[in-house]
Design a protein around this ligand. Structure first.
Ligand code: NAD
Length: 498
């Protein structure tokens, strides 16, 4: 069993860490590695090298940064299959899904390759007589990223390519459940020519995170994870005077109107609810069937649930892998049972699933609960498993109301044939990311990703233009180069343009 170490200043180190956490292979239930859990001294060591590296990295030309980013892009692309294999092994998701997350991470790197254009400021010639005004943006310093287990390659790539392209240095604290992808990526950055200390990985848990939040040498924190922790991170980092964006959990609704193509809607609902075993922050976990759509939709989606091929992620035949831990499996199965107890009917039941040859794996099969109501635990809690709850509404307005009453506001989708209904929906919902006949509306890399309400704390969405704004701050220069023979125009009045 290998030990997964930190990556600080361009080399692997155990640092001051003595505590360890197990890293499982969810498909077999076996413990396969141990990861070191960083102490405050490890965070401090990373901040020291990152601060040192910042002094020269911020001075690097945009051309040199871009060359390194392009090289990094090529290396991640060349190692995409290796990364996907690591992700599949430690997370459990199927290989094609892991490859998809690497692809979406690559798109953020590709966006960051345009950094000279993204950082171009603006210039106002002759803003006043003989006076020009220009604005530009500068990096913040040492930035930190704290990431969840469910996208161990992609979510860190929402952060470090943009932060680094902007001239910052970065400390990544990946999820302790699937930490290996981050170490591979750190090595690729180095191979691409990134100076040592610009990207550091400190593995760990709560203790490590608290040290990041308190460290005065860290200027900004990006967090993605559950709502409870996101709220805490936002509060603590703000109190320490840091810039912070904290993305939280979700309960994503897909509304199906009677005019929708129900076969199409059922296919996409199943793909969205059961892909990655429902462990996506943009997974649809609540379907809202409007009017006459309900019975047929439940029949179709329950049928699809029964057809999903569940198995180890490394088997190309598998469409859905296990969930992340034994604890997660138990929690998900308990929530299904609670739904049943509280009055929902289970039309596809994934509890107690055993995969031959993988009897100790953390598998839960695709599950559909019909006639779920907003009072039930399975609706109120973020299940984060392959469970689709179907609720019923009598109109699109009632569906919008249901969505707006929910504390989360990450993603939502509408299935319809009506442009008028779509427009009413997209303007009415208090949700950050909306799909019209698109079940997982994750914005492309050149837009920004972020939810509303309890799905995001802080003003800034992540990656895209918001990412560049988050990792930089603006300066405006008002300049005059008086001609030698010009008369002085100094006056005690407040300056106004001439
Ligand atoms: P999590 O909140 O348990 O962990 C996220 C990170 O916080 C990890 O690095 C973890 O080590 C750290 N952490 C955990 N407990 C902590 C504590 N008490 N104090 C300080 N740090 C702590 O989340 P997870 O289980 O890894 O990921 C799943 C969650 O992430 C879901 O809620 C999902 O919706 C959410 N998520 C949201 C988005 C989004 O974009 N909004 C994207 C992916 C995942």
């Amino acid at each position: 069993m290998s030990t997964i170490e930190h990556w600080i200043g361009g080399r692997f180190t155990g640092g001051a860490s003595t505590r360890r956490a197990p890293v499982y292979q969810p498909a077999t239930g076996r413990k396969q590695h141990e990861v070191l859990l960083g102490e405050p001294d490890d965070v401090d060591a990373a901040v020291t090298v990152a601060t040192h590296a910042f002094a020269s990295w911020r001075e690097e030309s945009l051309s040199r940064r871009t060359r390194i980013l392009f090289a990094f892009r090529e290396l991640v692309n060349a190692h995409a299959a290796d990364l996907a294999a690591i992700v599949s092994d430690e997370h459990g998701k199927v290989l094609s899904d892991a490859a998809g997350e690497v692809r979406r991470g690559l798109e953020v790197i590709e966006y960051a390759c345009g950094i000279p254009t993204l950082l171009a400021g603006s210039f106002s010639d002759q803003a006043s007589a003989g006076v020009d005004v220009f604005s530009f943006r500068e990096p913040l310093g040492v930035c930190a990223g704290i990431t969840p287990f469910n996208f161990p390659a992609m979510v860190p790539m929402w952060m470090h390519p943009i932060a680094i392209a902007c001239g910052n240095t970065f400390i990544l604290k990946p999820s302790e459940r699937d930490p290996s992808a981050s170490n591979l990526v750190a090595g690729l950055w180095r191979e691409a020519g990134l100076p040592d200390g610009v990207l550091n990985v400190v593995h760990g848990d709560r203790v490590t995170v608290e040290a990041i939040l308190r460290h005065p040498g860290i200027a900004a924190v990006s967090f993605v994870g559950s709502t409870l922790i996101a709220r805490h991170i936002h509060r603590e980092a703000s109190v320490s005077g840091k810039r912070v964006q904290a993305l939280g959990g979700a309960k994503n609704h897909a509304v199906v109107l009677p005019d929708a193509d129900l076969e199409f809607a059922a296919d996409h609902l199943a793909a969205s609810a059961f892909g990655s075993a429902g462990q996506r922050c943009m997974a649809v976990s609540a379907a809202v069937a409007v009017g006459s759509a309900a019975d047929e939709l439940v029949r179709l989606v329950s049928e699809r649930a029964g057809e999903v091929v569940v198995g180890p992620g490394t088997d190309p035949a598998s469409e859905m892998g296990p969930v992340i831990t034994a604890v997660a499996k138990e929690r998900i199965e308990n929530l299904i049972a609670a739904g049943e107890r509280q009055g929902a009917s289970v039309t596809a039941d994934g509890r107690g699933l055993k995969i031959p040859g993988y009897e100790d794996g953390f598998f839960v099969g695709p599950t559909v609960l019909d006639r779920v109501e907003d009072r039930m635990d399975v609706y109120r809690e973020e299940v984060f498993g392959p469970v689709l709850s179907v609720l019923r509404a009598s109109s699109v307005d009632e569906a919008i109301q249901l969505i707006n009453n929910n504390p989360y506001g990450n993603g939502t989708a509408l299935f319809t044939d009506s442009g008028a209904a779509a427009r009413r929906f997209q303007r009415g919902v208090q949700v950050g990311m909306i799909g019209i006949n698109v079940p997982i509306p994750v914005p492309m890399a050149y837009h920004s990703f972020g939810g509303w309400k309890d799905s995001l704390f802080g003003q800034s969405h992540i990656y895209g233009p918001d990412g560049v704004a988050f990792y930089t701050r603006g300066k405006v220069v008002t300049q005059r180069w008086p001609l030698e023979d010009s008369a002085s125009e100094a006056s005690l009045h407040f300056p106004t343009a001439r």
